[in-house]
Design a protein around this ligand. Sequence first.
Ligand SMILES: [Zn+2]
Length: 160
Amino acid sequence: MRSAWDPWLDLSTRRHIVFELDRIAKIGGGALYARRGAHAAIVIDPDLSSRDQRAALAHELVHDERGGIADHGGAPGTWTAVVRREERTVDAIAAQRLVPLDQLEDWARRRSTIGPILLVDVADEFDVPDRVALVAVGQLRQRPRGGKGVGPNPDHPQAP
Ligand SMILES: [Zn+2]
């Protein structure tokens, strides 16, 4: 059950982005995003699995929306902290799109009746890398209770 959001389809609608599969993306850890004026480029490492390519593209598309914040050599430590925070935010948004919380919650509720759920189960179900599944599961754990059809949490009994 993949998310309804398809990063490849989304990419095809963003006419300002030039997309390439090229091993040069290894210098960015598998993916690169660059923007100059109205034009942007996303490069992804063709050696990544299709699952990793999809997740990397999702991440770079979020950068595209937010306006890229790039790290550069010799930047002050405060800037590095800003970059790190932005990366975490981008990862969180990308995870929400690839593993929508309502979908994850519904699936987990049904799936939990047949045994414990491992991170790899979430990754396989939503076709995302383990690290994306981890972010999504973390978001679900932090989600306020009492929302859409959520039962009481045995760890946090509700006040009468
Ligand atoms: Zn990034």
